[in-house]
Ligand binder design. Structure first.
Ligand SMILES: [Ca+2]
Ligand SMILES: [Ca+2]
Length: 167
């Protein structure tokens, strides 16, 4: 029969090992974020503003990066005092209609995290469709507006999120 102290030590060691193995979280935590919770800019100015802080307009390239930014946004308390959230991210199809890329990394947008029926390139007028993406959350919107993407007119002013990118 094992002594209680020995058993306790074994359990503690196992717990420590499990904690050490959980590195996925640490990896995407390498990003730092900035959320402009109090002022709005158009998409181009949001890109410039992030660069002026040594950061980039947000990219959300996979489920892990989405989870990380949601955790960050939750930590700001913004969604506790607001019913929803709309913020510019760096996805855009300015270069070629329908071909979305992240301005921050140059990568193609492969992560299928669009709100239903988006991107729809909705025509504002005869000249302008929607070429820049927002991250949208609506507390009463269910899965469809749950930190998903939507293309909007780049000249509109919204809040925005900056990030650092791991080297
Ligand atoms: Ca478009
Ligand atoms: Ca749209």
């Amino acid at each position: 029969m094992m002594k209680p102290q020995t058993l306790f030590l074994l359990l503690l060691l196992t717990a420590l090992q499990l904690a050490a193995q959980d590195t996925t979280f640490g990896l995407f935590r390498q990003k730092e974020y900035y959320f402009s919770s109090s002022f709005k800019l158009n998409w181009y100015k949001a890109v410039e503003y992030c660069r002026s802080r040594g950061m980039f307009l947000l990219s959300v390239r996979n489920a892990e990066e989405r989870a990380a930014v949601i955790e960050y946004l939750d930590s700001t308390g913004y969604t506790k005092t607001h019913k929803g959230l709309i913020a510019w991210i760096s996805a855009n199809d300015l270069g070629e209609e329908g071909e979305f890329h992240w301005a921050s990394t140059g990568e193609r947008v492969n992560y299928q995290n669009w709100s239903e029926t988006e991107p729809n390139d909705y025509k504002i007028d005869d000249c302008n469709g929607e070429d820049c993406a927002i991250l949208e959350y609506w507390s009463e919107g269910g899965a469809n507006y749950n930190y998903t993407f939507n293309d909007r007119f780049c000249g509109r002013e919204y809040l925005f999120i900056c990030e650092t990118l791991p080297a």
